[in-house]
Design a protein around this ligand. Structure first.
Ligand code: MN
Length: 409
């Protein structure tokens, strides 16, 4: 097992086994970097000096302010860079370890920089892949006996989301205004959303995609995946309830979505592959594969108090099925596209991934340690999400995905 000369603890999000990619800003410059412990190693600086290749020739994709060019390079270059960075950080390798001048140029303190949105996200799609979540919502709003609609077991249901309002951890979220209609009224009214919610999700970033008019076979889908982030798909439930028929969510979701700043590479998640839930209905050939998923522990805190624990492995549909389904029409996927998993709810009420489900449509309020109750989110509330894979003596963590709710204006 490799170890780094940069110290990390057993509960650090960013040991040498992780090496997630992010984009950060100092007072004078913007860099692409890799998180290690409390530090960041600048790939922008290393590549300028030719230290990311054997030949000493810069790769050239680290001089921009997003990961898109790197994502476009594909799995061979991703692997080469990851191996090189692992090697440079290895406690046995003196090249960087013993070069104080170089170290002062390439290391930055996470505390002293600002993380930016790491990717120029062209398109964002959100799936609905948790059977428990879909069942809970169907039970609350339609019919407990037919909670899942007939298509649900045959395809990963999704919708095209809004990428312009995706923001990074720490960006405050303004409570949206909108049109809602009370059950006992015939006409809608305009005002602040009163049923503001989060959705605990993970986001998959795509690397090389496909050309328009071609499709990605499911056995080639995995190599299209670049990495993962935590995703909070903020949701205005009262706006959603009135607007969603017949075309699905629109303004209830387009005001903001938050992602964690570090994109964890699929290679770091590979040791945490696990069997996906049994596919209970046979699927069409283009969706059929040896179903594996990832064991990623998830947690939601509200004002620093844990209110839900779930796991990515509960999802019924797999990332490869998302990619194969999304592209089956010939729709082209581009480097930097984001695919959300949908709310990740587990089998027990403490594993539900939204306030809607945790408080069961407002009928079971949560009591916080300060004695106040919540059915949905209030102004001033801070929601944070954590995710990690538990290794033997280390964690592959994802950092924070937090935001404070600001009053409507
Ligand atoms: Mn969602």
């Amino acid at each position: 097992m490799p170890s780094s000369f940069i110290p990390t603890t057993e509960t650090s999000d960013f040991p040498i086994q992780n090496l997630p990619y992010g984009v950060f800003k100092t007072s004078s410059s913007t860099h692409i970097g890799v998180a290690i412990g409390e530090h960041i190693l600048s790939l922008t600086e290393l590549d300028k000096k030719g230290l990311l290749t054997e030949s000493g020739k810069p790769i050239g994709c680290f001089s921009s302010a997003t990961l898109n060019n790197f994502m476009e390079e594909g799995p061979a270059i991703w692997k080469q860079v990851r191996n090189r960075v692992t090697n440079l950080l290895d406690s046995e390798n003196p090249q960087l370890r013993d070069d104080n001048n170089l170290r002062s140029n390439v290391f930055f303190n996470q505390d002293k920089v600002n993380m930016l949105l790491p990717v120029n996200i062209g398109d964002y799609t959100d799936f609905y892949a948790s059977r428990e979540h879909a069942t809970n919502v169907g039970t609350m709003f339609r019919d407990p006996d037919n909670a899942l609609l007939p298509n649900w077991m045959h395809l990963p249901v999704g919708y095209h989301g809004r990428s312009s309002s995706i923001v990074v951890d720490g960006t405050p979220i303004r409570r949206p205004m909108g049109q809602t209609k009370a059950d006992d009224s015939d006409t809608p009214t305009f005002g602040p959303c009163r049923l503001l919610d989060f959705e605990l999700e993970m986001g998959l970033f795509l690397g090389q995609g496909n050309k328009l008019g071609t499709r990605i076979p499911i056995n080639e889908a995995k190599e299209k995946l670049f990495g993962m982030v935590i995703l909070n798909d903020w949701s205005a439930r009262d706006i959603q309830k009135w607007e969603y028929i017949p075309l699905g969510p629109f303004l209830a979701k387009n005001f903001a979505s938050t992602i964690s700043p570090w994109v964890v590479p699929m290679d770091a998640l590979e040791p945490f592959l696990t069997e996906a839930p049994k596919q209970e209905k046979e699927v069409l050939e283009y969706l059929n594969h040896d179903r594996q998923t990832y064991d990623i522990k998830l947690e939601v805190t509200l004002n620093n108090h844990t209110i839900a624990r779930s796991n990515f492995k509960y999802l019924y549909w797999t990332p490869e099925q998302f990619v194969a389904h999304h592209s089956v029409t010939g729709c082209n996927i581009n480097p930097g596209d984001l695919m959300g998993s949908g709310t990740i709810s587990g089998p027990t009420p403490d594993s539900y991934g939204s306030m809607l489900e945790l408080c069961w449509k407002g009928t079971k309020p949560l009591t916080l340690p300060d004695g106040t109750e919540r059915k949905f989110l209030q102004d001033g509330d801070v929601v944070n999400m954590h995710a990690f894979c538990q290794g033997d003596g280390f964690r592959i963590g994802f950092g924070n995905c937090s935001a404070e709710i600001l009053p409507a204006c």
